[in-house]
Design a protein around this ligand. Structure first.
Ligand SMILES: Cc1cc2nc3c(=O)[nH]c(=O)nc-3n(C[C@H](O)[C@H](O)[C@H](O)COP(=O)(O)OP(=O)(O)OC[C@H]3O[C@@H](n4cnc5c(N)ncnc54)[C@H](O)[C@@H]3O)c2cc1C
Length: 594
């Protein structure tokens, strides 16, 4: 087992706790000031309005109950609520805590699926990229991807050029954005780290980069604007059936209070990702097609250890291809694709995963010598794919599949982050059809034009102008362009609320103040109930700025405890769970050899 030095010791935590107890009166004054200015009415996604949310969920019945707060469930909740349906969504842990925070974070058509002749899939998700970009242009950002052509590589010059052209045509990419083929010399100018001895040229093509967990939470927030009630830490434990044996809701466990409650609905949709079969089993309908789970790991290294200029999609000796993606201070590398049969709730990055990715980089980039000690963070997730006999993990289709059980449980699995809106439309169309048969009026899907919260920018120029404005507002606070870029990518136009709050905070540590303002925003608007919710899924810092988490984590968690009125044991458990998350992101147990 490889262990890294873990600098956050117990004394430090105790010191921070004492500091915060002294300051708790002051903190609650600041927080209450914030509450009145940001939230004068009940907001179902405010962590402070949980009791009202539970009361409303118990009331029911809803038209649709969605199980699963990943991107698929979020998309269904938005589509259905925007069509006027009464919607409840339950998520057993934090929103996006399943696969939807553990992807490669690309909004892409999946170039490699062309090789498998998945033309319809590439066409659909390829076209969706531009739609999702339009809905959240600050969060789904156009970025060129470099595909180097090397001797003995997966694709030669002709196939790369032809494949990328087909990819562009299928996805309907505008002519000025279509792929460009680069000579060897031009490629080396663009990316000097490539191996000149085997390089023959490259293709530069259009893709989009995002943050999967932020995309999920913005879809959930937009659904809330249309009246959807979404509860995290609410586990569906048993289905409820009517006298005819049709599913009509779920008995749920509120994992924050331990209380049990029934949520009733006319239609129940399971968008439970890797847990879809667990729920089909509970419904007694697990037969025919099943899930095939494969694990995918990403590792993060400091950008100066692997200073790629572009996102690169490159060959691995075993014939697969992986990505290296620069993001702020780091570069992340992934992914693996291996069959998975262990716990669905606790997926670890093991040493073999890490070595596979490091060897891939060191092999393709001869001047880079990454070691396990260079890995500052990592994440591992499960692809909920549909099993096909005789196919290996990476050969399985990424298509989605809809199952309707004899008890009328609707389940959706497979698919991609990129295609969430189309998957949701398919599910909600089915529900709408059933409702219309019963004489209800239900409109068509409108999500293609529903801008997500924070995404109301007219153009790319509007984002640049906004960034300049935010940078100049941050400068007097001692913060700069990096923070402006980070804040806008995370929160879009909502950043102004955060900055107004920073101004109400005293204390000279501006980085800490920024984190406190983010915490204030996320507690009021984004249902943050735990330390890891905030540091991993709302801010991405656990992966992309882990040093800040180590430095400020205990202080921020103490502040969270004060605001959410945690008992001492609860506070200690949250401090421990953040420490564990940091450790797991950096510590890699031995696993099975690939
Ligand atoms: C390594 C990897 C890389 C990927 N990269 C990309 C990429 O770059 N681009 C792309 O488009 N796609 C990518 N994908 C695919 C994409 O991430 C998934 O298709 C998508 O996130 C699946 O979302 P989901 O909502 O269906 O599942 P999930 O995000 O897993 O959501 C299901 C949710 O259901 C909840 N749940 C389960 N049981 C219950 C219950 N009983 N009660 C309440 N809640 C419950 C879970 O807690 C979970 O949060 C990648 C996937 C992996 C694993």
């Amino acid at each position: 087992m490889f262990r890294k030095h873990f600098p956050m010791d117990f004394d430090m935590i105790i010191f921070h706790s004492k500091f915060i107890i002294l300051n708790s009166k002051f903190i609650s004054r600041i927080w209450n000031a914030g509450i009145t200015s940001a939230n004068s009415h009940m907001n179902s996604l405010s962590s402070l309005d949980r009791q009202q949310l539970l009361a409303q969920l118990k009331e029911g019945p809803f038209d649709v109950l969605v199980i699963g707060g990943g991107i698929t469930g979020a998309g269904i909740a938005l589509d259905a609520s925007a069509r006027g349906m009464r919607v409840a969504l339950i998520e057993k842990h934090d929103f996006a805590s399943g696969t939807s925070s553990r992807s490669t974070k690309l909004i892409h058509g999946g170039l490699r699926y062309l090789k498998q002749f998945e033309i319809a899939l590439v066409r659909e998700v390829g076209r969706e990229r531009a739609v999702v970009h339009r809905l959240a242009p600050h969060l789904v950002v156009a970025e060129k991807m470099l595909l180097p052509i090397v001797e003995g590589g997966t694709f030669g010059k002709f196939l790369t050029s032809f494949g990328l052209m087909v990819y562009d045509v299928l996805a309907g990419v505008e002519s000025e954005d279509q792929r460009v083929m680069l000579s060897k010399e031009k490629t080396l100018e663009e990316e000097p780290l490539l191996d000149a001895t085997i390089l023959r040229g490259s293709g530069l093509y259009a893709e989009y980069r995002t943050d999967d967990a932020r995309l999920t939470i913005e879809v959930i927030k937009t659904a809330a604007q249309h009246g959807a009630l979404s509860a995290s830490y609410m586990e569906g434990t048993e289905f409820l059936y009517n006298k005819k044996g049709n599913v009509r809701g779920m008995r749920c466990l509120d994992r924050l209070s331990g209380e049990s409650l029934d949520i009733k609905a006319k239609y129940v949709v399971s968008a439970a990702g890797p847990w879809v079969d667990t729920l089909r089993q509970k419904d007694g309908s697990l037969s025919g097609k099943r899930l095939h789970l494969t694990k995918g790991v990403h590792i993060v290294v400091p950008h100066d250890k692997f200073p790629v200029r572009h996102s690169i999609y490159f060959d691995v000796p075993d014939g697969r291809m992986i990505f290296a993606i620069p993001r702020g201070k780091v570069t992340y590398i992934g992914t693996t694709d291996t069959d998975y049969h262990d716990s669905l709730d606790h997926i670890l990055t093991n040493l073999e995963d890490v070595n596979y990715l490091l060897e891939a980089v060191n092999h393709f980039f001869p001047d880079i010598h990454l070691e396990v000690a260079d890995v500052v963070s990592s994440w591992a997730g499960l692809r909920p794919l549909i099993h096909e006999d005789g196919k290996s993990a990476s050969e399985l289709s990424r298509k989605d599949e809809l199952f309707v059980s004899p008890q009328r449980l609707i389940s959706i699995a497979g698919g991609k982050l990129t295609g969430y809106r189309k998957m949701s439309e398919k599910v909600v169309d089915l529900v709408a059809k059933k409702m219309r048969k019963k004489g209800k009026e239900v409109g068509p899907c409108t999500t293609k034009n529903l801008v997500l919260t924070g995404g109301d920018f007219d153009s790319e120029e509007a984002i640049s102008t906004f960034k300049q404005k935010i940078s100049s507002q941050l400068k007097p606070l001692g913060l700069g362009d990096y923070e402006a870029g980070y804040l806008i990518a995370n929160y879009g136009t909502q950043v102004t609320q955060l900055i107004s709050h920073v101004h109400t905070l005293s204390g000279n540590d501006t980085q800490l103040n920024l984190l406190r303002a983010e915490l204030w925003f996320c507690i009021h608007q984004e249902a943050v109930h735990g330390a890891v919710d905030f540091f991993s899924r709302r801010t991405g810092r656990l992966y992309f700025d882990i040093e800040k988490v180590k430095k400020y984590g205990p202080t921020i968690v103490d502040e969270m405890g004060t605001v959410l009125q945690w008992a001492p044991a609860h506070l200690a458990a949250e401090q421990a769970s953040l420490a564990q998350a940091i450790q797991e992101a950096q510590t890699f147990p031995e696993g099975k050899k690939f």
